[in-house]
Ligand binder design. Structure first.
Ligand SMILES: Nc1ncnc2c1ncn2[C@@H]1O[C@H](COP(=O)(O)OP(=O)(O)O)[C@@H](O)[C@H]1O
Ligand SMILES: [Mg+2]
Length: 266
């Protein structure tokens, strides 16, 4: 069983962006972005500061509207007009600040804001469902009645990710989920990301940490100055990846092309 309903199997195309651009006045935050997300894969979104990562996430989360371009979702062209609509359609976002309530326990945080729909569960049902989900995710949470304030950074991230799964999204976007974590907690969150992927969700991971990205990403999509600047895998060389992020790739690509041309002319 996967968490995304019957209509998806691993490898199915969920989301497809074509020529997506976003202007803020005179500033071009995104230009002609292409991005495909499939069921059961982790796609890392990497790039230097100002590359457009956050803007792209906000476009997919319904916070920003693209200036031009098309978004296909589950085979249909869509607009994510509002954050509520994106969430309702199956795109969940775990923002960097997590937005958990320190004084409330794990169960309360998991169901925060979900009380209105689609389940009207009582406390016992909520606790059972919370435990089931956390166990499915093999999450290391001591007790679902523990207040968030007493949990580690990794456990908080786990709760935030579990909460985003409750509405059974097709895609989950994680913004720098390991940025504030130590080595052991980072490993725990990376394991969790793999389990989320194995449930059949498409995962978009924004991270500055190339080691983390290489550990879990099936594809690494590089943005630079608001544009696509290459797609890599864990097998790609670190040098090539860094070159794409910093912009040196244009030179090496053009050098290689020039060399090929020379060879052909000989
Ligand atoms: N709300 C906004 N208004 C104006 N410019 C913005 C806004 N949001 C982002 N930008 C600009 O868009 C570009 C991409 O930013 P951002 O998406 O935050 O990049 P990243 O997350 O990769 O660091 C930057 O030049 C940034 O200054
Ligand atoms: Mg950002």
């Amino acid at each position: 069983m996967n968490g995304t309903g019957e209509s998806l199997t691993k490898g199915d195309l969920i989301l497809s962006l074509r020529g997506v651009s976003k202007q803020f006045g005179a500033v071009t935050a995104l230009a002609d972005i292409e991005l495909d997300i499939h069921a059961g894969e982790v796609v890392a979104l990497v790039g230097d500061n100002g590359a457009g990562k956050s803007t792209l996430v906000k476009v997919l989360a319904g916070v920003h509207q693209p200036t031009s371009g098309t978004i296909q979702y589950m085979g249909r062209e869509v607009n994510f007009d509002t954050p509520g609509k994106a969430l309702e359609m199956g795109i969940a976002t775990v923002f960097q600040d997590l937005a958990l309530c320190e004084n409330l326990d794990v169960v309360a945080n998991l169901f925060l804001g979900h009380e209105v729909n689609p389940w009207r569960l009582d406390e016992v049902q909520m606790e059972v469902r919370a435990w089931t989900l956390l166990q499915e995710l093999a999450a290391r949470i001591p007790s679902v009645r523990e207040p968030i304030a007493s949990l580690s950074g990794g456990q908080r991230q786990t709760v935030a990710i579990a909460r985003s799964l409750l509405l059974d999204p097709k895609i989950i976007m994680l913004d720098e989920p390991t940025a504030a974590l130590g080595v052991a907690q980072t490993a725990e969150v990376l394991n969790l990301i793999e389990r989320v992927r194995d449930r059949g969700h498409g995962v978009i991971l924004i991270s500055h940490n190339m080691e983390d990205v290489r550990a879990v990403a099936d594809r690494i999509v590089v943005l630079r100055l608001g544009r696509n600047n290459g797609v890599f895998t864990a097998e790609s060389s670190h040098q090539d990846l860094v070159a794409a992020i910093t912009g040196a790739t244009e030179n090496s690509v053009s050098r290689r092309a020039a060399r090929k041309l020379e060879e052909a002319e000989r």
